[in-house]
Design a protein around this ligand. Structure first.
Ligand code: ADP
Ligand code: MG
Length: 690
C-alpha cells in the first residue's frame, strides 16, 4: 500500500492553514440544526419530495465519520449540503460557528475551495485534462502560481503512487487510479475536510481497500473525513458511524461524548479559526488568495479555451469558417466597392469632374442647326461659373510619315487642351497660344500614334508628319492615357493648334465640331449648365439650336451609385458576419451543455461564477480571434487573386481593422449569453450533468 501523507498539514499551502481544528470547547467545525431539504413543490409543478427531515449533526475537526444508509436515504443530498454545493430548504448550517446561509455564491465557492475536498463515486475528473492538470485545478482557483501548482500536484500524485501516470488522461487510468487522482485533487488546496461520496462504490474490492486505507491515513494525518456509503463494512472502518434512513439520522456512534484521545496528535497545535467571510462583503482571505494577477488568470483561461477548441476540432473549424467567411467577405466586398468608386473617381480626375460639352443641333421645332460663333464662346467664357472654353474640331484624316499612312483622328484645339483634360506632355512640349495665333504647323502625338508612326524612334521631335496635305512638325508626345471607357482613345490621336487646323486641314469647317467647357468646380457643373443654357438661348433669339452635354453630372451620378453599391456590399458582408456570430453563440451553447459536468466539477473545487464566465467568454473570443485573423488573411488572398484577375480593388486598413474588431465584438456579445448560462449553473445540478 502506498505510504501516504504521513507528514501532515505542515506541507499544505498557506491558504489552507486557516481551516483548522479547534479546541474542544469551541464551536464544532460543522454544525447542522434541523436541516430539511425538499425538491419540487407547488412552484415547480413537480410533486414535493422531502429528502432530509430535520437533520441535526455536529462534526468536529479531525473526525473520521461515515454516514451510512441505503440508497435513496438522502446521503448524497446531505453531502452536497455539507460541502456547500447545495443549500438546505430550512435549518441552519454553521461552519465554525458561523451561519453560511448569508454567504453568496462566490463566498461559498471560496469556502469550498479553502475548506473542502470532494471525492465522488464517479471520480468526476475532467476527461480532456491529464491527471496532473486535474489535480492542479483547485489551486488555479486558489491563485497558486503555475510552478507551485505543478510541484504540489506532482508531489501529491507521487505520494499516491501515480508518479508514472501524471500525464495520462482519465480514460487511460483504471478506476482505482482515477479515484486516487480525485483524492489528490481533494488534497490540492489542503483538503481539511474530505467529503467522499461512495468513493469505493465503483471500485473492485482491492482498489476499494486501497482507497479506504488512504482515507484512514488522511484521518490520522489530521484531515476531517466524511465518508458516505451504503456499505456497512466500509462504514465500519470509520471511527464514528452515523446511520441515516429516509432523511433522518437514526443512530450515531458518537452520541456519547467522544474522547479527546480520538483527536490525532497533529491537532495538538492549535491553528487560527477560519475567518468566515461576512455576508455580502468580500471574503478577506479570498481577496488575498485572489490577488493573483489578471495576466495569470487570462493565461489560464486561454489555455483551457484552446484545449476546449482543440478537443472539438470539427465543430470549432465549422464555427471558424463562419467567422472567416464573414470577415473575408467584409474585407473583399468593401475593397471591391472602393476599387469601383476609385475607378470612377479616376476617370473623373482625367476626364474632369467639371466638364460639359456644347454642340449645335437642329432645334426640335424644325429649321437648321445653330452656329456657335466666336462671340458666343467668348460670352460663355465670361460666365462666372466657367473656367475654360475649348472649341474642338476633330475628324479622322489620313496622316503619313514616309511610306506609312493611316487614318487617324486629328484633334484641333487650343493650347488649353492638356489643362482641360488634366493631361501632361511626356516628351517635348505642347504648342503655345502665340503659335496657335501664328497658324504654326505643329503637332503633338498621342502615345499610340507615336508608336505607330515612329516605332524605332525614341525621340521623334523635329520630324515631319503629313496631315492631309500639309506638313506638321512634331514638337511633343503626350503621356500615356490608358484605356478609358466611353471616350475615343485619346492615345491614338494627334493634336494640332486650332487655327492651324482650320487653315491647313479643316478648311471647309466654319465652326467647331463641339466645345469642351470646364466649370469652375465640380460642384458648379449644374449651375454652369443652366447659365450657359440661358445665355445661349438669349443669344440665339430663343431658338434652342444647340445642345449641352453634362458629362460631369453623369459621372457624379455614377459615383453616387457606386457608393451606394459599396454600402450594399458592406451590409451584405456585415450580415454574414452576424451569422458567423450566431454560429459562435450556437456552438458556445452546445459547449456549455456538453460540459455541464465539467462546470460542476470546477465549481465544486472552488471556481467562482466569474471564473466560469471568464473561461467561456475567453473560449468564445478565442474562436473569433482566430477566425478573425484567418478571415483577414483569406480576404487578402482572395483580394490578391482578384487583383490578378484585373478586378479593381482598394484595400482599406480601416475596413480590415473594422471587420476584425466586429468579429471579436460579435464573439464577445454572442458568447456572453452562453457563458452567463454556464456561470449561473447550480453546482449540484451541473455535477449531475443535467
Ligand atoms: P442517496 O445518496 O442516499 O442514495 P440521494 O441523496 O441521492 O440519496 O437522494 C435521496 C432522495 O432524494 C432520492 O429519493 C431521490 O430520488 C431524491 N432526489 C435527489 N435529488 C432530487 C432532485 N433534484 N429532485 C427530486 N428528487 C431528488
Ligand atoms: Mg448517493
Amino acid at each position: 500500500m502506498v505510504s501516504v501523507l504521513a507528514e501532515p498539514v505542515a506541507d499544505e499551502p498557506k491558504v489552507a492553514q486557516v481551516v483548522s481544528t479547534e479546541s474542544e470547547s469551541g464551536p464544532p467545525l460543522i454544525g447542522l440544526r434541523g436541516i430539511c431539504k425538499h425538491y419540487g413543490g407547488a412552484e415547480s409543478g413537480q410533486p414535493e419530495v422531502t429528502v432530509l427531515r430535520g437533520v441535526n449533526l455536529e462534526i468536529r475537526a479531525g473526525e473520521f465519520v461515515a454516514v451510512v444508509g441505503s440508497s435513496g436515504s438522502g446521503k448524497s443530498t446531505l453531502m452536497n449540503i455539507l460541502g456547500c454545493l447545495d443549500r438546505p430548504s430550512s435549518g441552519t448550517y454553521c461552519f465554525q460557528g458561523q451561519d453560511v446561509a448569508g454567504l453568496d455564491a462566490d463566498a461559498l465557492a471560496w469556502l469550498r475551495r479553502e475548506a473542502f475536498g470532494f471525492v465522488f463515486q464517479g471520480y468526476h475528473l475532467i476527461a480532456s485534462e491529464t491527471a496532473r492538470e486535474n489535480v492542479e485545478m483547485p489551486a488555479i482557483y486558489a491563485g497558486l502560481s503555475q510552478v507551485e501548482r505543478a510541484q504540489r500536484a506532482q508531489k501529491l500524485l507521487e505520494r499516491l503512487g501515480l508518479g508514472e501516470r501524471m500525464d495520462n488522461r482519465p480514460h487511460q487510468l483504471s478506476g482505482g487510479q482515477q479515484q486516487r487522482v480525485s483524492i489528490a485533487r481533494a488534497l490540492m488546496n489542503g483538503g481539511r475536510i474530505i467529503l467522499a461520496d461512495e468513493p469505493t462504490g465503483a471500485l473492485d474490492s482491492h482498489s476499494g481497500a486501497q482507497v479506504m486505507a488512504l482515507l484512514s491515513e488522511l484521518a490520522d494525518a489530521g484531515h476531517t473525513i466524511i465518508l458516505i456509503t451504503h456499505d456497512r463494512a466500509v462504514a465500519a472502518q470509520a471511527r464514528r458511524v452515523i446511520e441515516i434512513r429516509d432523511g433522518s439520522i437514526v443512530s450515531d456512534s458518537a452520541a456519547q461524548p467522544q474522547g479527546a484521545e480520538r483527536q490525532p496528535a497533529a491537532q495538538a497545535e492549535l491553528q487560527p479559526v477560519l475567518p468566515l467571510p461576512v455576508a455580502g462583503s468580500t471574503p478577506p482571505l479570498a481577496s488575498i488568495a485572489n490577488a493573483r494577477s489578471w495576466w495569470a488568470d487570462m493565461q489560464e483561461a486561454c489555455r483551457s479555451a484552446w484545449r476546449g477548441m482543440r478537443s472539438n476540432r470539427a465543430r470549432t473549424s465549422l464555427t471558424l469558417l463562419g467567422i472567416v467567411i464573414g470577415v473575408a467577405s467584409v474585407i473583399v466586398m468593401l475593397a471591391i466597392g472602393e476599387g469601383a468608386r476609385r475607378q470612377v473617381l479616376e476617370r473623373m480626375g482625367t476626364m474632369g469632374t467639371s466638364i460639359l460639352y456644347i454642340g449645335s443641333k437642329p432645334p426640335a421645332t424644325g429649321g437648321p442647326a445653330g452656329e456657335l460663333s466666336a462671340e458666343d464662346l467668348q460670352a460663355v467664357r465670361e460666365l462666372p461659373e466657367i473656367r475654360r472654353v475649348l472649341p474642338v474640331i476633330g475628324d479622322p484624316v489620313t496622316v503619313r510619315y514616309g511610306s506609312a499612312d493611316k487614318q487617324i483622328y486629328v484633334f484641333a484645339a487650343s493650347h488649353e487642351m492638356p489643362a482641360v483634360h488634366h493631361w501632361s506632355v511626356a516628351q517635348g512640349r505642347f504648342y503655345t497660344d502665340a503659335e496657335d495665333h501664328d497658324l504654326a504647323p505643329l503637332v503633338v502625338l498621342g502615345h499610340k500614334a507615336w508608336r505607330h508612326f515612329f516605332p524605332d524612334t525614341p525621340k521623334p521631335l523635329g520630324l515631319q508628319l503629313i496631315i492631309g496635305n500639309s506638313a506638321f512638325e512634331v514638337i511633343g508626345v503626350m503621356s500615356e492615357r490608358g484605356a478609358e471607357s466611353g471616350a475615343q482613345d485619346y492615345d491614338d490621336m494627334v493634336f494640332i493648334p486650332y487655327r492651324a487646323g482650320r487653315a491647313r486641314v479643316y478648311q471647309s469647317q466654319t465652326q467647331p465640331d463641339y466645345v469642351v467647357v470646364e466649370a469652375m468646380s465640380s460642384a458648379q457643373v449644374n449651375e454652369a449648365e443652366t447659365a450657359m443654357h440661358q445665355l445661349l438661348l438669349a443669344r440665339h433669339g430663343g431658338r434652342e439650336d444647340f445642345g449641352i452635354g453634362n458629362a460631369a453630372a453623369r459621372i457624379q451620378a455614377e459615383v453616387a451609385t457606386r457608393k451606394s453599391m459599396t454600402i450594399m456590399l458592406g451590409l451584405i458582408a456585415a450580415v454574414s458576419l452576424v451569422v458567423g456570430g450566431i454560429g459562435v453563440m450556437n456552438v458556445m451553447l452546445m459547449t456549455v451543455k456538453e460540459r455541464t459536468r465539467e462546470i460542476g466539477i470546477r465549481m465544486a473545487v472552488g471556481a467562482r461564477q466569474r471564473d466560469i464566465l471568464r473561461q467561456f467568454l475567453t473560449e468564445a473570443s478565442l474562436v473569433t480571434l482566430v477566425g478573425g485573423t484567418a478571415g483577414l488573411l483569406a480576404g487578402l488572398v482572395i483580394g490578391v487573386v482578384l487583383i490578378l484577375a484585373d478586378v479593381p480593388m482598394v484595400f482599406s486598413v480601416k475596413a480590415m481593422l473594422g471587420a476584425f474588431a466586429c468579429a471579436v465584438i460579435t464573439g464577445l456579445v454572442f458568447g456572453y449569453m452562453p457563458a452567463k448560462t454556464a456561470a449561473r449553473l447550480d453546482p449540484v445540478r451541473a455535477l449531475a450533468g443535467e
